[in-house]
Ligand binder design. Structure first.
Ligand code: UD1
Ligand code: CA
Length: 444
């Protein structure tokens, strides 16, 4: 089967510089949501036009056809004729329908095969059909779809609408495809006209009703985008709770589709978990943002931001820590308030409780980093590494001018600027000696 996905439109109603199908719903491109499902049934053909390079760069492994001028959904199919010829069955859907599920496609396909239909379309009964194509039936057979702009007042009252998913045998489709025209009020080639053309040529189109109405939304505006995104968000949260995750307030929790969370982990309000993040069991997460990170079991994260990091078991983080790309925290590490870490590995039991920057560093087990410690990893041109051994005690306000290597069991005096390597078991003292001067004598 070939799935043709229409994604050439500019999406004028989105009022955006981003192509419509590259808007995200609960963290995923709309087009990605569609492709994840259609890919299960065979090959994809994307009809692209507006900003096609941008779309191809994000979805490089598909077949494409270029619709130079977006003359309508029917025109998008017309130009796909040569590809249609190569397949027996064609699924057509829109790139702006990200909520469609694989089960719905699967149900359609079963019905289509079982009854050996020429064509089947997905419809839905809605309270407010405004904006959607109205489904015209005669004895259970679909004979036409009338677009909003073309509908008369009686037709406008019909509340069975076209969702925009069609399955059709390629031979009947090819036999009528050239009859599509743009004689309508929008001057566009309407794909929906294929139903009427098929009927006139003696082919039968049936409809199947969508079970979950939420799936039908076609995203045309930013208002639709918020609506669709929230449906997916809620679905994801319910699934996580079913699997044993504790979510304190689902209205203020944002967890994207691909996130995995273990049981009895507690997610407090105002938490955002993004990308391919995995979180283990029995963690506690207070109002944080976690992006593309792997978090083990029994981790506590408080009001912090964690990006592209790896956190082992029993680590505590925050409040107000920022772990940037490439942070690896091993078992039992403690990171306290206002600590920023980037591209660094902290081994077991390291503690960095307050006001610290650790960049491009490796810190050995059991080392204690005093308040205000800074690794000066950047000389204005290049980044350099700081290595600190096991069991060190780094005094408050130590500055490490990297590249630099500190041995094991080293103590640095508070307020030191450390510019030279330090061997094992040494005390490094790098600050001006304190002088005490009698104020009176001085001023005389
Ligand atoms: C379409 C249907 C309508 C249905 C609704 C469901 C038509 C004529 N109407 O209306 O019956 O109820 O979807 O959401 O099909 N596109 C192209 N090339 C074009 C024009 C559009 O690739 O020349 C793409 C768009 O990028 C979009 C999709 O086709 O992804 C649908 O187009 P859109 O303009 O949003 O159609 P609707 O007016 O929503
Ligand atoms: Ca649409």
């Amino acid at each position: 089967m070939l799935s043709i996905i229409l994604a050439a439109g500019k999406g004028t109603r989105m009022k955006s510089n981003i192509p419509k199908v590259l808007h995200k719903v609960n963290g995923k491109f709309m087009l990605q949501k569609v492709l994840e499902n259609t890919s299960l049934f065979g090959e994809n053909l994307l009809v692209l036009g507006h900003k096609k390079e941008e779309i191809i760069s994000l979805f490089p492994n598909n077949n494409y056809i270029f619709q130079e001028k977006q003359l309508g959904t029917g025109h998008a199919i017309l130009i796909s004729k040569d590809e249609i010829k190569k397949h027996d069955d064609i699924l057509i859907c829109y790139g702006d329908g990200p909520l469609l599920s694989k089960d719905t496609i699967s149900n359609m396909l079963t019905e289509y095969k079982k009854n050996n239909l020429d064509s089947i379309m997905l419809s839905c009964i809605v309270d407010d059909p405004t904006g959607y194509g109205r489904v015209i039936k005669k004895n259970d057979i679909v004979i036409d779809i009338i677009e909003e702009k073309e509908a008369n007042n009686t037709e406008k009252l019909i509340n069975e609408v076209n969702v925009g998913v069609y399955l059709v045998k390629s031979k009947p489709l090819l036999s009528i495809i050239d009859k599509l025209d743009n004689n309508n009020s929008k001057g566009e080639y309407y794909l929906t006209d294929i139903v009427k053309l098929l009927h006139n040529a003696g082919f039968v189109t049936k409809s199947i009703l969508l079970k979950d109405k939420n799936e039908m939304i076609g995203v045309n505006s930013k208002i639709d985008l918020e609506f669709a995104s929230n449906i997916l968000r809620e679905k994801k949260l319910l699934k996580l709770m079913e699997n044993g995750v504790i979510i304190i307030d689902k209205n203020t929790t944002f967890i994207e589709d691909d996130v995995v969370i273990g049981k009895d982990t507690i997610i407090y309000p105002n938490t955002i978990i993004q990308g391919k993040t995995t979180i283990g069991e029995n963690c506690i997460i207070y109002s944080s943002r976690i992006d593309n990170s792997v978090i083990s079991n029994n981790v506590k994260i408080d009001n912090s931001v964690i990006e592209f990091s790896n956190i082992e078991t029993k680590v505590t983080i925050g409040p107000y820590a920022h772990l940037r790309k490439g942070t690896i925290l091993n078992e039992n590490v403690h990171i306290g308030n206002f600590v920023e870490i980037k591209n660094s590995t902290l081994h077991k039991n390291v503690k960095s409780g307050h006001l610290t920057y650790i960049g491009d560093s490796e810190i050995g087990s059991n080392t204690n980093i005093g308040a205000g410690t800074i690794t000066c990893n950047y000389d204005g041109k290049n980044k350099h590494k700081t290595t600190i051994g096991n069991d060190c005690f780094i005094g408050s306000n130590t500055i490490f001018v990297s590249p630099i290597t500190i041995g094991e069991n080293v103590l640095t005096a508070a307020g030191s600027v450390i510019t030279k390597n330090v061997d094992d078991n040494m005390l490094a003292f790098g600050r001006a000696k304190q002088k005490i001067i009698n104020k009176k004598i001085e001023s005389e």
